[in-house]
Design a protein around this ligand. Structure first.
Ligand code: ADP
Ligand SMILES: O=c1ccn([C@@H]2O[C@H](COP(=O)(O)O)[C@@H](O)[C@H]2O)c(=O)[nH]1
Length: 273
């Protein structure tokens, strides 16, 4: 959880002659439908970040699903038949994840693709711009799997929801939001999702600093994490003049009572469906 040196970045780097802290990078792992993006959304809401314009946010959230690699034609046809393993580490572009997070830690603006679950492909014409922020949440099933990625996080959370609940949530989500039918969802779950969770995702729980049982239902855990993030934010320079950055990062909501809530927005975690 500490701001220890990572990849040559010391937690504070020189920019324009001033000390500029690197963003605090939080990894959020957990099985499919465990509530990773819901937890991130709750955190953003409680910090009053959910309805703030993308460019102005102090806290941003990115999904690992934006880093699925492009499939070959034969893999695309397998995917259409539910025979491609999207839960295996090889399904992700590890290098792009690492390089993107390193750029984020260096305070750079980055562009990331969005993912189309219905067509199992990146949407080339829909790129998300992630502006520099003070805290970055990066959520996904295998965010702690790759050592070169794992070591970049300042704090690691694991959302631990039992597998029955996860399956019960995944079935309606995949049917209603991802264009699947019941047979397809259950076959994919039994053949790929469950075995890959046991082999690749579950063992990464041991790397977590904080395990969140019951996901977004665990209000105590979420409040503790939010409090920690507030402390991080309060130690950051508060406006663009102090930070020597062109963007104004602080929304009035963040300068008022720390418990102030702001209305919910739906695209907090930039998770495409
Ligand atoms: N605590 C909860 N209670 C009820 N439904 C939930 C809860 N957390 C998540 N969900 C629902 O379960 C599904 C998966 O949640 P999501 O946060 O997207 O999981 P993940 O990001 O881990 O895949 C979504 O439809 C979401 O609305
Ligand atoms: O084309 C795809 C890409 C991914 N999946 C499944 O998505 C989950 C990861 O997303 P969560 O929101 O964390 O559940 C993973 O289990 C893949 O099986 C897919 O079905 N199709």
């Amino acid at each position: 959880m500490s701001d220890t040196p990572i990849n040559g970045l010391t937690g504070a780097q020189k920019m324009n002659g001033t000390e500029e802290k690197t963003p605090f990078l939080i990894g959020v792992a957990g099985g499919t439908a465990s509530g990773k993006s819901t937890v991130c959304k709750r955190i953003m809401e409680k910090l009053g970040q959910a309805e703030i314009d993308n460019k102005q946010r102090q806290v941003v959230c990115i999904s690992q699903d934006s880093f699925y690699r492009e499939l070959t034609p034969s893999e695309i046809s397998k995917a259409a038949r539910g025979q491609f393993n999207f839960d295996h580490p090889d399904a992700f572009n590890e290098t792009l994840i690492r390089d993107t997070l390193i750029d984020i830690l260096a305070g750079k603006m980055v562009q990331i693709p969005t993912y189309d679950y219905r067509n199992h492909a990146l949407k080339k014409d829909e790129v998300l711009t992630i502006y520099p922020a003070d805290v970055v949440l990066f959520e996904g099933i295998l965010v702690f799997y790759f050592p070169e990625v794992r070591k970049l996080f300042h704090m690691k959370l694991f959302v631990d929801t039992d597998s029955d609940t996860r399956l019960a949530r995944r079935v309606p989500r995949d049917i209603n939001e991802r264009g699947r039918d019941l047979d397809q969802v259950l076959n994919q779950y039994m053949n790929f999702v469950k075995p890959a969770f046991e082999e690749f995702c579950s063992p990464t729980k041991k790397f977590a600093d904080v395990i969140i049982p019951r996901g977004a239902d665990n209000l105590v855990a979420i409040d503790l994490i939010v409090q920690h993030i507030r402390e991080i934010l309060s130690s950051k320079p508060r406006n663009s003049e102090e930070r020597s950055l062109p963007q104004v990062r602080v929304h009035p909501a963040m300068l008022q009572s720390p418990t102030k809530r702001v209305t919910i927005s739906n695209d907090v975690c930039k998770r495409p469906h």
